[in-house]
Structure formats: structure tokens, C-alpha cells
Design a binder for this molecule. Sequence first.
Ligand code: CTP
Ligand code: MG
Length: 233
Amino acid sequence: MRAIAVIAAGGSGERLGAQAPKALVVCGGRPLLAWCLDAALAAHGVAGAVVAAHAGALPAFELVAGEAAGRAGKPVVVTPGGPSRSHSVRAAIDAAGQLGVEWDACAVHDAARPLATPALFDACLAGLADADCVVAAAPVTDTVKVAGPDMVVTETPVRAELWAAQTPQVFTRSCLERALDVDDEHLANATDDASLAEAAGARVKLLQWDGPNHKVTLPGDLDTVGALLAGGV
Ligand code: CTP
Ligand code: MG
């Protein structure tokens, strides 16, 4: 299969509270987006990448994307993202024709996860031999409680069956296009893209990933993740 990568980078990073959109924030010496693009483009199965960018800073995104394309020798297209994460992914898919490459699979990755490796992208893509969608995931280590707004616990799910979904989330092209072909309300409510594929009846599998793959969310994450990046993890 020949894949493209979509980097979801359209968020503003409210919880991080930086001056710039989160994908452009420097961590471990480089913008988060630069780490993500280099990892995705270094994967053997990835032929090019589309960045769904924060619409308020397109020239800065173009600069980072152009440098990554030069390093990898693979095309990168920047397009404005949308009002929610999955809207941004759909905007990226709509712009993918500009890459000029044929593709039948897509790896969707958060710009906020700069520790993902090329090997992780390729392992997820290999999983498509047996699934429509493959999600990098880690076993949940805490016991998880379900509670209502009154904080009264209603359920304690069996921990052995619980996984924390990360990205990359890879899809066959037909699966992703079908998953995103829903109304705006469904797109806006999706916290990841794999859940849209599940809702569309796709076979979604998890790929256990034990390496570090934290999402930069809060200011303190920049130190933790930056140290791991600087250490060459
Ligand atoms: N994302 C996106 N388009 C949006 C919202 C989010 O592409 N409209 C992307 C973010 O850029 C990020 C990924 O989805 O790479 C995961 O989202 P999150 O970590 O929540 O990032 P932000 O939405 O930017 O952060 P916050 O929720 O704190 O504002
Ligand atoms: Mg968000």
C-alpha cells in the first residue's frame, strides 16, 4: 500500500497557552510540527504529507513544511484546518490531490505528538493487511471509573480491556473517506478519527506501542517531552 500522512495541526493549543499555535511551539529545539513531519516522511510507506494548519499562521506553517519536504525529498502540502480535529483531517484529505502522488492509505497524526517514530508509522501501516484502520495504543495503567456529573461512580470497567488511543491512526483510503463522510455535528463530536471509522462499521485494530508517545497538552509537557526529544528517544 502507498500511504500519505495527514498531520492534524489546526488547533490553537489553548491549554498550552503559548503565543503561537501549538504545532509551531518549539520543543526539544524544533517546532513540534518539524519533529512530526520528519518522522512521518521518514517512514518507508509514506510518500508525502498534508498539514492541516491553523488558519491564522499559514506562512509560518509553510516555512516549516517546506524545510521538512526538502530534508525528506517528499512533497508536503499545507492547507487551512477546520473548526474541530476531524474537520481538519477532512480538509487535509480534500487537499491531498495537490501532493501529486497516488495513495490508498493514510496515516493521521497529531502535531502534538512529536515522539512518534518512523518505525511506528510503518508498523501501523503494516497492520492494514488485517484491518481497515490501525490505532497506536498503550494499555491503561490506572483503574478507570465512570461517574456522572454528581461524581457518583456508576461503573469500573475491566482494566485489562482498556487502551489509551494515540496517533498515528492509519486507515485504508476507502475507510477514511467513508468515516469522514458524516454531518458536521458528528465530525465535531469525534475525539479521534478511528471512532468515526468504528461508527461506519470498519474493522479497527489496536497496535500496542510501548515507546514514549506523549501528547503535548499542558505547559509542563514541554519540559518532559523536550527532554526525551533532546535525548534522542
Ligand atoms: N487539531 C486540529 N484542528 C482542530 C483542533 C485540533 O487539527 N480544529 C489538532 C491539534 O492541532 C493537535 C491534535 O488535533 O495536533 C490534538 O488536539 P489537541 O491536543 O487538543 O490540540 P489543540 O486543540 O490545539 O489544544 P487545546 O485543546 O488545548 O486547544
Ligand atoms: Mg483540542
